[in-house]
Design a protein around this ligand. Structure first.
Ligand code: PPE
Length: 323
């Protein structure tokens, strides 16, 4: 991965290589962490974070659902993120806030172990490749089912849950595919290992609903809105596996991946990216990059009002700030 200069760790800006934790950190042993994947884009009006508040809200909810009390408010984490991007001199980047149970207590009931919070930012190119975004990727339906509400919280973005995604992704990569599509426990289509999934049939755009164990994707929500605004019929419903093969078009979307067409699934050819996928993709990219007037409210511009941004509580003391 590409390094930046500073990482924000528990209220301090520390040099990238010095952002370390104890090997007995609870989260390392049990996966007790919650995180976000966010992107900042360089726009004509300067760097802007896409749907920043929505991501911070999801982070706070993920933490709460896993009984983790965050030592910083969403406002503090948001302000620290804005400063971190500026101090690293980045114009566009991926943003990874992570809150995890730290060092201090072992075992499964470890409410006394502290909650550590870190934010890292770094340049991260197209998750499934530039070529994938243009020409489409090859995906494989995973033999692993997506975690269900029976045992975990699919709606939370929690570290330990990603073992499920890693099994699926690794299996598909080892078989020569770019991405895995997981079914839910009932056998309906759920989502990609790190993206939500959409199918186009008879011109109608469908995506699995919330009972299908999906992550409530922020890109998904944006794409649904954009597609509807473009005049397409959009439906949230159960999708059968074979519909992936029968579809005229299939695409994935997520923060890291953005919007990526799928051109082949298992042994079935979907074909070159279709017209609807292209149309929605172009508008989505306009929204991300600040080129769509109607979606400017989704962008948190770093240059706008940065002077008024109060210093987050965790970093009031400038003597603690490194560099
Ligand atoms: N489902 C899963 C399982 C998922 O991890 C993501 C994001 C999505 C759907 C799409 O959600 P959203 O980003 O809010 O539109 N995956 C993140 C992590 C990728 C990684 O490898 O790490 C991301 O895209 O940042």
């Amino acid at each position: 991965m590409e390094k930046a200069e500073l990482i924000w760790l528990n209220g301090e800006f520390v040099p990238w290589d010095e952002a370390k934790v104890h090997v007995l950190s609870h989260g390392l042993h049990y996966g007790t962490g919650v995180f976000e994947g966010i992107r900042c884009y360089e726009t004509e009006r300067g760097p802007a974070i896409f749907r920043h508040a929505d991501h911070l809200r999801r982070l706070a909810k993920s933490a709460e659902m896993y009984y983790m009390e965050l030592p910083y408010s969403s406002e503090e984490i948001g302000a620290a993120t804005r400063q971190l991007i500026a101090r690293n001199g980045l114009r566009s980047c991926y943003i990874r806030p992570l809150a995890f149970r730290g060092y201090g207590e072992m075992g499964l009931y470890a409410q006394a172990a502290p909650i550590d919070v870190m934010i890292a930012v770094w340049p991260w190119g197209a998750y499934l490749g530039e070529e994938g975004k243009r020409r489409g990727i090859r995906a494989k339906v995973s033999s692993w089912r997506r975690i269900s509400s029976a045992s975990l919280i699919p709606q939370a973005k929690a570290s330990g849950q990603y073992l499920n995604s890693i099994l699926a992704k690794t299996e598909s990569a080892n078989a020569g595919y770019e991405e895995a599509i997981l079914l839910d426990e009932g056998g309906s289509v759920c989502e990609g290992s790190g993206e939500n999934v959409f199918v186009v049939r008879d011109g109608i755009i469908s995506t699995p609903g919330h009972t299908a164990s999906i992550l409530d994707g922020i890109s998904r929500k944006s794409v649904l809105q954009i597609a509807e605004d473009l005049g397409y019929q959009v439906v949230e419903r159960d999708i059968a596996r074979a519909e992936l093969y029968l579809a005229e078009e299939v695409f994935l979307c997520g923060t890291a991946a953005e919007l990526v067409p799928v051109r082949e699934i298992d042994d079935h050819e979907i074909g070159e990216p279709g017209e609807i996928t292209r149309h929605v993709q172009a508008k989505f990219e306009d929204a991300l990059n600040g080129r769509a007037e109607e979606y400017l409210e989704w962008l948190d511009f770093l240059d706008a009002g940065s002077d008024e941004t109060p210093a987050p509580a965790g970093e009031q003391s400038s003597s603690k700030v490194t560099s």
